[in-house]
Design a protein around this ligand. Structure first.
Ligand SMILES: [Zn+2]
Length: 383
């Protein structure tokens, strides 16, 4: 393996390039990162191109051709969350006591640098059983526009490894999500004369009671391996206009975590039907404003077995794990692509004021990746 590439230096150079997700603003926030990745890849013998997603924001696609006809996808994101309130310099990387600090060091410039370094190692010394395509996407931290665009690239990969901090564990499952708002209404009026009138706040309290009680108890029974049962939490509530006014409107927001096999839109429709059946008058369930899918990858697929083998060979935990947060993997898996999530650093350090990645994790993740990328990952029957 080539030792010319210093993966710690590579992460540091990426941390110096701000790529804060602009949320709703039309700003090309990730473009300098995309350009850096493309330049670096070309300088190390790989093919690279930028593909515009929108608003001058580009995914970067790096290709390392292999000997076989198949393609393996490496995917991670170029954007980071905000830097306000950070307790370490956001874009001046610093290595102290074996930890590399800075915004994005862990989520997800560490994983991105590890992918690039592993590909460069492979480029320097074969064999390469299949073509490896790395896509660094925009907008993972907001509306997932980068990965949605990637699904249209026609790559048809035999599998995908999504780079996120997993503490070097192999993650094959995570939950999805559906968030929506529920509005209750009453006629309003003077608070001194509440008799016989629907109080929108009291009405909302009844709905909360039902959701947190009877409804949630039903979800608890559907326990899944690695991720547990689906869940529903009421996360926000607002209502009322004055201390002496009967509230005519209250709004609650729910966060429903889904499991594999649950379509979030169908979950929403079923919830709406249930609530409207129970309260035919004065209640509205708005369309979901956030939807994400669950991931559940079959542990018997070649990608998972070979990855476990590489972890075991490195004397790491070869088990498979589930996590609570979402990743781009579930969007890629919608096209029947077997997906796993893997990377250096812990999700506990992602988005933190003192975000860091352990330097040792970067080296270990790189050598595990090189091992995985040299293993045959034939489709082996059904995908
Ligand atoms: Zn991330």
């Amino acid at each position: 393996m080539s030792l010319v590439i210093d993966v710690v230096d590579l992460v540091s150079r990426m941390v110096r390039i701000p790529s804060i997700n602009p949320r709703g603003r039309p700003e090309p926030a990730e473009t300098p990162m995309a350009e850096f990745v493309a330049d670096w890849a070309r300088a190390h013998g790989m093919h690279a191109e930028l593909r515009e997603v929108r608003d001058g924001r580009y995914n970067v696609v790096v290709t390392l051709p292999g000997d076989g006809p198949e393609t393996l996808l490496l995917e991670t994101h170029l954007d980071t969350v905000e830097v306000d309130g950070m307790s370490v310099p956001a874009h001046e990387p610093d290595v102290r006591a074996g930890l590399l600090y800075g915004r994005g060091a862990c989520d997800a410039k560490g994983p991105l640098a590890v992918f690039l370094a592993a590909m460069a190692d492979l480029a320097a010394a074969g064999p390469r059983p299949y073509t490896v395509v790395l896509v660094g996407v925009v907008d993972e931290e907001h509306l997932y526009r980068g990965v949605v665009a990637l699904r249209g690239y026609g790559l048809d990969p035999v599998g995908a490894i999504v780079g996120e901090p997993t503490s070097l564990r192999l993650v094959t499952a995570h939950k999805g999500c559906m968030r929506c708002r529920i509005t209750t209404r009453g006629p309003g009026g003077h608070s001194s004369e509440p008799w016989g009138k629907t109080n929108a706040i009291a009405f909302a309290a009844e709905v909360v009671d039902h959701l947190a009680g009877e409804h949630a108890a039903r979800l608890d029974e559907d326990v899944r391996p690695l991720v547990g049962p689906p869940s529903l939490a009421v996360t926000m509530i607002e209502g009322g206009s004055g201390p002496n006014v009967l509230p005519d409107r209250a709004v609650i927001t729910i966060d429903r975590r889904t499991v594999a096999g649950e379509d979030p839109h169908e979950v929403w429709a079923a919830l709406r039907a249930e609530l409207v059946r129970r309260w035919p008058e004065g209640l509205e369930v708005a369309e979901p404003h956030v939807v994400d899918y669950a991931l559940q990858t079959d542990p018997d697929l070649p990608l998972v077995r070979e990855f476990s083998g590489a972890l075991a060979a490195a004397e790491l935990d070869p088990g498979v794990y589930g996590v609570g947060h979402g990743t781009d993997a579930s969007k890629i898996a919608l096209d029947a692509v077997p997906c796993v999530v893997f990377g250096p650093g812990s999700i506990a350090q992602a988005h933190m004021p003192d975000e860091y990645v352990p330097v040792a994790d970067l080296h270990t993740a790189r050598s595990v990746l090189v091992d995985v990328l040299r293993r045959p990952l034939s489709r082996g029957g059904s995908r």
